[in-house]
Design a protein. Structure first.
Length: 276
């Protein structure tokens, strides 16, 4: 059923086709597990989130009417189980912090002239990005993960989180700037010199807002003119572009272990057998 679209599998699953349901859930298990790993920061919790999410989808598939996208529905379910895990474990921010003494070595490994996907191949940078995202407060982390790692639109993220789109964007801008600041030394990005009063806009925030369609055309044009003559701000914009590129390419790095897949498949088949 690899060639079947999600819509076709979903229609068949709603009609009672267990094979279609299994194929649909298997297709999306990696993104659920990835989201659980990045939100829960614990493999066992991520496995539980994956299993509970897929079972909840199996239970509710016949009632799903498609008023939201499949991904939005999936992440809404997964997030609810992440929140339960967090409450039970008295979730605390990740204890790891960036080792600033090691940053210069990583900077040499991360040649600034290399493309972002090449830079990500360096394990030091990959780990730095994971730590930077993990160090975010969960309310900011989930916004960044859903928007910049998983690729949902801001309105879709708002639907998953039960927030306004504007609230999502506000949290997103803050999360992006925080991650960019954390990994800058690992990318060989020098500290930003303070701008002279009244000379430089907050280009990092403006650029993030531009990506979300919040900047008027005339403001965007004015910013472009400023960037042409200001190396400082041009470098700042380049740094956040590279940071977001790293976020986008970090998504596929988490795979569901074979043992976890087997456990989830067994639970799913047990559930389906009990509902025939």
């Amino acid at each position: 059923m690899d060639d079947e679209t999600d819509a076709a599998l979903l229609a068949a699953a709603r009609a009672g086709d267990d094979a279609a349901l299994e194929a649909l859930l298997q297709r999306h298990q990696a993104q659920v597990y990835r989201f659980g790993m990045k939100m829960c920061r614990d493999p066992e919790d991520a496995q539980d989130v994956l299993q509970e999410t897929l079972l909840a989808m199996a239970r509710g598939v016949r009632d799903f009417r498609g008023t939201s996208s499949l991904s939005t529905w999936l992440y809404t379910i997964a997030r609810s189980f992440c929140l339960k895990k967090r409450r039970r474990s008295k979730f605390a921010p990740d204890e790891h912090s960036l080792d600033t003494d090691a940053a210069p070595e990583a900077s040499r490994l991360a040649d600034p002239s290399r493309a972002p996907d090449e830079a990500l191949a360096g394990k030091q940078i990959e780990h730095a990005l994971e730590r930077a995202i993990g160090a975010l407060d969960p309310m900011y982390r989930e916004v960044l993960l859903l928007r910049d790692v998983e690729g949902l639109t801001a309105p879709e993220v708002a639907e998953v989180l039960g927030l306004s789109t504007q609230a999502v964007k506000s949290r997103l801008h803050r999360a992006r700037l925080s991650v960019r600041e954390s990994i800058a030394p690992w990318l060989g990005i020098p500290s930003q010199a303070a701008p002279e009063p009244g000379t430089c806009p907050d280009v990092l925030t403006l650029f993030s807002q531009h990506l979300e369609g919040e900047i008027r055309a005339e403001v965007c044009a004015e910013m472009e003119r400023h960037l042409e003559g200001c190396p400082r701000c041009r470098g700042a914009c380049d740094s956040i572009k590279r940071t977001l590129a790293l976020c986008r390419t970090s998504g596929p790095t988490v795979e569901v272990p074979a043992a976890v897949q087997a456990s989830v498949k067994a639970a799913l088949r047990s559930f389906l057998a009990g509902n025939r």
